[in-house]
Design a binder for this molecule. Structure first.
Ligand SMILES: [Zn+2]
Ligand SMILES: [Zn+2]
Length: 240
């Protein structure tokens, strides 16, 4: 299993791109979230072609803003590339369909929908209302039979349920990519000081933030500072 982040910024940190990743999982490529900066990033790195599945944490624009562009691009330009959107439950599938219907009229022309259970090894943890009031959101847990466990928090202001769930799972080396805020007033995301004690049990990396605002007393590593988790710098340079 391999995560390559396409961006690690928060909704307004455009210099770092919307938080999203390409996940190599069981020989498939999963696009995990696709905010408004993701389509241009995929195009620049010529990565639109290999996407098998699309998985979304929630419908905020910094996580879905270029979904329609990506589907249209694959439909018109990438022969033999028709991504499938994986949905954790029927209600979220209906929300997604309606979201796309305004943009594509007939979403099924451009994309297939399949239940997440089609790809064994991915658990969706329902985090409804824990990021924004009355908003459906999910954290995802990826696990290969003989490999490590990797958690992607999505946007999550109250992480207690996620960690309670993880504590109930069989012990295993676990890497957690967790959204993080450096402002205690920001209740939509997890304040970094809440995560510090949890780093004893898990390898936690922060994302969905502006790395320039990282306080000096934050011991948690940021995804942004891990070259092996980011698109290769060589590719980024080639674009500029
Ligand atoms: Zn976000
Ligand atoms: Zn959000």
């Amino acid at each position: 299993m391999k995560f390559k982040f396409l961006g690690t910024g928060g909704a307004f940190d455009i210099d770092y791109g919307n938080s999203a990743a390409l996940v190599e999982f069981k020989d498939q490529t999963i696009l995990l979230d696709c905010g408004f900066t993701v389509y241009p990033t995929l195009r620049k790195h010529q990565l639109t072609r290999g996407i098998t599945y699309i998985l979304l944490t929630h419908l905020h624009n910094d996580h879905t803003g270029s979904l329609a562009n990506i589907l249209l691009h694959c439909y018109y330009f990438n022969t033999h590339c028709r991504p499938t959107i994986l949905y954790p439950d029927d209600d979220f599938r209906d929300e997604l369909y309606e979201f796309l219907r305004f943009q594509l009229q007939k979403p099924e022309q451009y994309v297939d929908f399949a239940p997440l259970s089609e790809v064994p090894g991915i658990i969706a943890l329902d985090t409804f209302g824990l990021h924004a009031e009355k908003l459906q959101s999910y954290a995802f847990i990826f696990e290969e039979e003989d490999g490590d466990r990797v958690v992607y928090s999505g946007d999550l202001g109250q992480p207690d349920a996620l960690f309670a769930y993880l504590r109930g799972m069989p012990p295993k080396a676990t890497t957690i990519y967790h959204d993080i805020t450096f402002s205690e007033e920001n209740i939509a995301h997890t304040y970094y000081k809440k995560l510090i004690p949890l780093a004893q049990d898990y390898q936690i990396y922060g994302y969905h933030c502006d790395p320039l605002k990282n306080p000096t007393d934050n011991p948690l590593p940021l995804v942004f500072n891990q070259p092996e988790l980011m698109l290769p710098a060589r590719l980024q340079e080639a674009v500029n």
